[in-house]
Design a protein around this ligand. Structure first.
Ligand code: SAH
Ligand code: SF4
Length: 360
């Protein structure tokens, strides 16, 4: 089955349910696909969590609007630029700017301004991924023109029913809008990434299989998916007793990454930070199961503790310098090497573009 060109929903469910002692063949196959199609290089995106102010109320997220237990921050521009320069000085080819979701003119302008300033560092040396939630097509266009070329917007779950149980029922939290945003991003010309949370309450293996099929049919360029990790001060925390034990959630994450690598051979797949919250040394295992991107956190230390999306978020007591050292060791443990100084774009996206330009 692992050598088939396309996997059916039933095939995927079977793979996701593989017992532990049979799963290693799946991971090895995924690693060999990765080696053959995108190589053994890991691309780095220095993650800057620019603000934890959010207008939304996703039931799983620790920085949701109604959580009054946290201090809200907005990193001043000069500190964001300093962090971006740190990434550049350390040979990271790219950075990722992430924040809570704010839809306002001043936020839009601020991001545009930051993008243009970051683009000046090293004469356009840094690639930039944005992850600032749902925005209008015009806003996506403006940011694209200002220098962002990749965008990560997780669908969270491809199941509309499950999505409804994870979000308030109002116009700000619509599954259809999220899909519309993904289309807009793709049409604007971004390398478009999506992903899901794995091991959510109520989630089934069939739904996870559908998530992978959704990514395939959407023809995404990148994927960032990771385990769901409880945050105590959120409405979803009451369902903790329904969750798979962390070890199983971790294994399910590994399987999801491995199956996706086999289904979409030349995309970029992140080994997500959340993995580290439930399993020490987990991120290298995810690399070994087919991922090829890491997002070391380079948010200035004093803001780290306030960007707590979930319990045990790693690196809240780790400096950016430590993060760089740790990442070296981690990649080595996975038997891979870091690609310094390059954007590390999605090969899938580049191939698609080559093919369409031939047609003109
Ligand atoms: N506001 C933006 C980006 C920041 S949130 C957005 O929502 O797109 C980034 C991601 O964090 C979300 O897509 C979600 O998948 C993840 N996340 C939030 N809470 C989480 C939790 N409790 N466990 C695991 N991942 C979580
Ligand atoms: Fe806001 Fe994103 Fe958290 Fe939802 S997941 S509450 S949009 S930061």
């Amino acid at each position: 089955m692992l050598n088939q060109d396309s996997l059916t929903r039933e095939d995927i469910v079977l793979l996701l349910n593989l017992p532990r002692n049979e799963a290693s063949a799946l991971y090895e196959k995924a690693a060999s696909v990765r080696r053959q199609y995108v190589g053994d290089k890991v691309h780095l995106r220095g993650l800057i969590e620019l603000s934890n102010i959010c207008e939304k109320n996703c039931y799983y997220c620790g920085i949701r609007k109604d959580n009054r237990q946290i201090r809200r921050y907005n990193i001043p521009d000069d500190e964001v630029l300093k962090a971006a320069r740190f990434a550049f000085d350390n040979g990271f080819g790219s950075i990722a700017l992430q924040s809570g979701e704010i839809q306002s003119d001043s936020f839009t302008r601020r991001i545009s301004r930051l993008l243009r300033q970051i683009k000046k560092i090293g004469d356009g040396s840094l690639g930039i991924t944005l992850s600032c939630g749902e925005q209008s097509r015009e806003v996506y266009q403006e940011w694209f023109e200002a220098g962002a070329h990749r965008y990560l917007l997780r669908i969270e779950t491809s199941g509309k029913g499950l999505y409804g149980r994870l979000h308030p029922d109002d116009t700000r939290h619509r599954w259809d809008s999220r899909v519309r945003c993904l289309h807009d991003l793709q049409e604007t010309g971004y390398q478009t990434g999506t992903g899901v949370m794995i091991g959510l309450p109520f989630q089934t293996a069939e739904e996870l299989a559908d998530d992978l099929l959704f990514m395939k049919s959407f023809d995404i360029d990148m994927c960032g998916m990771g385990p769901y990790v409880v945050h105590n001060d959120t409405p979803l925390a009451v369902h903790e007793s329904l969750l798979l034990p962390v070890e199983q959630r971790f294994e399910l994450t590994m399987k999801m990454v491995a199956v996706l690598r086999i289904m979409m051979k030349d995309i970029n797949i992140v080994s997500a930070t959340a993995v580290q919250a439930i399993r020490k040394g987990g991120r290298e295992k995810i690399l070994q199961a087919g991922a090829n991107v890491l997002m070391p956190n380079i948010t200035p230390g004093k803001y780290r503790d306030s960007y707590l999306l979930y319990r045990n978020k790693p690196g809240t007591d780790e400096s950016a310098e430590d993060a760089v050292k740790n990442i070296e060791a981690l990649v080595k443990a996975a038997g891979m090497t870091i690609e310094y100084g390059k954007w590390g774009d999605s090969r899938h996206y580049l191939e698609k573009r080559k093919n369409t330009s031939h047609q003109h």
